[in-house]
Unconditional design. Structure first.
Length: 843
């Protein structure tokens, strides 16, 4: 608050994870949980008096927090690669040291950078006391003499931390300098500590022995009692030390045997009692470790060697091939069998069925001097599969987009902790335009043991999805430690229904070979249909995963394209990378083949009906038959007892007929008959012609009536021609029904005077053969013209020159008269002139 002369921060932790920034204006102090509890009542009552000021700058006064671990101190490696860490614990919280560039000023810092100088200083003192010792011997002295336990509570109360958090214990500089007897890993002296690593425990009990060398650099023999003190447990697994007592001669050595015994019947998944069971309200992920220390006791003297083992119960699961009973069977049983884990001991074995999408060859070996082979192996893709829970959601009555698209990955080697050194990635091109829209990658939640498949938009970087890998948090062993298979759930609400996104799967690592830009391995992009997958599964725990407890049946549902895929099974609890992945055949029986034959009977002339008979075998195949003339469908019929019949009338010409069978059930395949050639000849015809009238003057209309009779084919619509000599003078179209038709055709009115002989002929078609009538004649006589002579006045004075106009016209329809006109006066020719358009004028 404004005007304060100092500030005091309360706290609910036993030890500070870090210091506080402080203020340049007023003094600031921080209380531990113990001090807060003690002082809070007086502060609330207003009776608390505090001395705070510059004289206390940098002071650390709390006698209640010796040997308490800083919350920022992490657990070490559990032996995945044969090493277990840490070796020791050392002071590193609120360490007051000189502040740079201040002369004699102080500063308080926290972290490994504070603890490691303590150990380095002790190492220097040990080396000063024993200048001929090797680095391994110096290390052994520091580790062996770090015999001070560390606790979860203040004043050395609560649970005692085991080697996974503090190694052998808190260092003791004086004891390390005085030590002359060294105990260390006989097979790897540079480690000092003993790691059994990850030990698969299958169907039978497992016994593994490790040796510890005890070397006496002193001048007198020393006798030690040997024992193993257990810090964390894994059910009934044990580590024992033998012999119970050793005597180490001066300048000599002795051996202690540590024996790990793990029986699958008594193994259990247990958490380190110093670990919080939940983080952020969720069950944390953890490794079940059997840890403790080999303790060598001689009088009041004690030496320690940290020991860690991860006995892991393993399943031995396999699946049968997936076989659908027949082509239309909607489901089939996928049977997972073999040795599963004992659920009574909090051990669970799972199987995740997927559709195989891609395989990848093993990468070339890398030079250990350049990068980590184990990291590369754990990013070396071997198999990629996918599955979708959209149909599962739909079957449950939910929106399919509430499901997930699940990408399964199997790599060549084991990762120690997924999402740390190795990251699986999936790029998602939703619309197939070649541009990735989203990316899903694996990364742990900051400051928590929760491994998440994060999905982000590549357009703006926003997070659009966060799902537990393998569907589960730390409630069960979900395969994020010391494993080689993982499933990345991708939210389907980013993929519109009907989309077929393209997925690109790749792995990255900080240990990727040089020049790889962080990419270790990748497979070719592949396209999926999450809303209509070829296979989907009804599982018994997660939507994509089944708990396997004894022989377990998973129902597989067949979708589009199931006959062309293989299945991919992931078993995270199996013992080895090779056994954790299985490719299975998917057998969808082909439909029963059918044969179709076609027989054509009936007339062979146009207009006659043909009967099309298709015979389908086997006789039990139901369905329909479509009959085609070339590519044109001419009839359909239902198959009854293996036969389908239809009738049609084919036009004249050559026809290629086929019968196409379409089954009513997927049990049978369709079939097409061999082509049957049918030749249909044109119908014979006869044509007759009559003319009316048979005599006419020029210009008078004459009608030709053409009648056609057909033997088999209808004639309506056919074309007939009226011909004089070789010239077509008129055409018409037949009308009528059935086999007879007629056409009345007006002949040209331009027929000249004389006798004209005409024939009528039917223009042949594919259906009708051409035919010609006998001749019919018409006699055309000249038309009698009318003559009209006009003048403006018939009375004129003598000597006038009158103008006469002569107009000559024929009957209606006759041609315009031509020729000359002679003007007579008293029957004597006076003048002549030519008609123009039937008219002439003379003056």
């Amino acid at each position: 608050a404004a005007g304060a002369v100092g500030a005091i921060f309360s706290n609910n932790t036993t030890v500070f994870g870090a210091g506080i920034t402080g203020s340049t204006l007023i003094p600031v102090a921080q209380l531990t949980a113990t001090s807060t509890t003690a002082l809070e009542p007086e502060a609330a009552a207003g009776t608390l008096t505090v001395h705070i000021g510059p004289s206390l700058e940098g002071a650390v006064l709390d006698s209640s927090t010796p040997d308490v671990v800083s919350p920022s101190s992490s657990r070490g490696a559990h032996g995945s690669l044969g090493w277990a860490k840490p070796d020791v614990a050392a002071p590193g919280t609120n360490i007051v040291s000189v502040a740079s560039s201040t002369g004699n000023g102080a500063q308080s810092l926290t972290g490994t950078s504070m603890a490691s100088p303590h150990v380095a200083g002790i190492a220097a003192l040990v080396r000063q006391a024993h200048p001929d010792w090797s680095p391994a011997q110096v290390k052994a002295a520091i580790v062996n003499t770090a015999t001070h336990d560390l606790y979860t509570g203040a004043n050395r109360t609560g649970e005692v931390y085991g080697p996974a958090r503090v190694g052998s214990g808190r260092v003791d500089a004086l004891a390390a300098v005085r030590d002359t007897v060294l105990a260390y890993n006989a097979d790897a002296p540079e480690q000092t500590s003993v790691s059994f690593g990850v030990v698969p425990v299958g169907a039978s009990p497992v016994t593994v022995a490790k040796k510890v060398t005890v070397a006496n650099t002193g001048t007198s023999a020393t006798t030690y009692a040997t024992s193993f003190t257990t810090s964390t447990t894994a059910g009934g697994a044990t580590i024992t030390a033998s012999p119970a007592q050793i005597t180490v001669p001066a300048g000599g050595s002795a051996e202690v045997t540590l024996t790990l015994t793990a029986d699958p019947a008594t193994l259990a998944r247990q958490i380190d009692p110093t670990q919080a069971v939940t983080q952020s309200g969720l069950d944390r992920e953890y490794v079940t470790r059997l840890t403790g220390r080999l303790v060598l006791t001689s009088g009041d003297s004690e030496l320690r060697v940290p020991v860690q083992a991860v006995p892991r119960a393993t399943s031995e699961l396999t699946s049968s091939a997936l076989t659908f009973a027949d082509p239309v069977a909607p489901t089939a049983d996928l049977t997972v069998s073999g040795r599963s884990l004992d659920t009574a001991n909090n051990l669970f074995s799972f199987a995740t069925p997927l559709v195989l999408a891609a395989t990848s060859p093993k990468l070339d070996a890398v030079d250990p001097a350049v990068t980590s082979p184990s990291a590369v192996d754990s990013a070396d893709l071997r198999y990629v599969g996918w599955g979708s829970t959209a149909p599962v959601a739909a079957a449950a009555g939910d929106d399919p987009s509430t499901g997930t698209l699940n990408v399964g990955i199997a790599v060549d080697g084991e990762w120690a902790s997924l999402g740390a050194a190795v990251t699986p990635n999936v790029d998602i091109d939703v619309n197939g335009d070649g541009v990735n829209d989203y990316q899903t990658y694996v990364k742990k939640v900051a400051d928590a043991d929760l491994t998440i498949a994060w999905t982000v938009s590549l357009s703006d970087g926003s997070t659009v999805g966060a799902n537990f890998v393998n569907e589960f948090a730390g409630t069960v062993d979900n395969g994020v430690f010391d494993n080689s298979v993982v499933v990345l759930p991708i939210p389907l609400d980013i993929i519109p229904a009907g989309s077929t996104p393209t997925l690109s799967v790749w792995t990255s690592s900080i240990y990727a070979p040089a020049g790889a830009s962080g990419v270790v391995d990748k497979v070719a992009p592949f396209t999926v249909n999450p809303y209509d997958p070829p296979l989907w599964f009804s599982t018994n725990v997660g939507r994509q995963t089944s708990l396997v407890d004894g022989t377990t049946t998973i129902t597989a549902h067949k979708g589009t394209g199931a006959a062309g895929v293989k299945g991919l099974l992931l078993y995270p609890q199996n013992a080895t990378p090779e056994s954790r992945v299985q490719v299975i055949d998917v057998a969808v029986p082909a439909p029963t083949a059918t044969t179709t034959t076609l027989k054509v009977t009936g007339g062979t002339k146009a207009g006659q009906q043909q009967t099309l008979t298709a015979t389908v075998k086997p006789k039990a195949a139901a369905g329909t038959v479509a009959f085609f003339d070339g590519t044109t469908q001419v009839a359909t019929a239902t198959v009854t007892n293996g036969t389908a019949k239809a009738t049609t009338t084919l036009p004249g010409g050559t026809h290629s007929l086929t019968a196409v069978f379409t089954p009513a059930s997927g049990l049978y395949a369709g079939s097409t008959s061999a082509a049957v050639t049918v030749k249909v000849s044109a119908s014979r015809t006869s044509t007759s012609l009559s003319l009316s009238p048979s005599r006419a003057t020029v210009g008078t209309p004459v009608t030709a009536k053409v009648t056609v009779r057909s033997e088999t084919a209808p004639v309506a619509g056919a074309t007939v021609e009226v011909v004089e000599g070789s010239t077509v003078v008129a055409t018409g179209t037949l009308t009528g029904t059935g086999l007879t038709g007629s056409a009345s055709i007006a002949l040209p009115t331009t027929l000249t005077a004389g006798r004209h002989a005409f024939t009528a002929r039917l223009v042949g078609t594919a259906d009708l053969a051409a035919s010609t009538s006998s001749k019919a004649t018409v006699t055309v006589t000249k038309a009698r013209p009318t003559f009209d002579l006009t003048t403006p006045s018939w009375r004129l004075p003598r000597g006038s020159a009158p103008t006469f106009t002569a107009t000559v016209s024929g009957p209606s329809g006759a041609p315009t008269p031509t020729g000359s006109v002679v003007v007579l006066v008293n029957f004597q020719p006076l003048h002549s002139f030519q008609l123009v358009a039937g008219t002439g004028t003379v003056t």
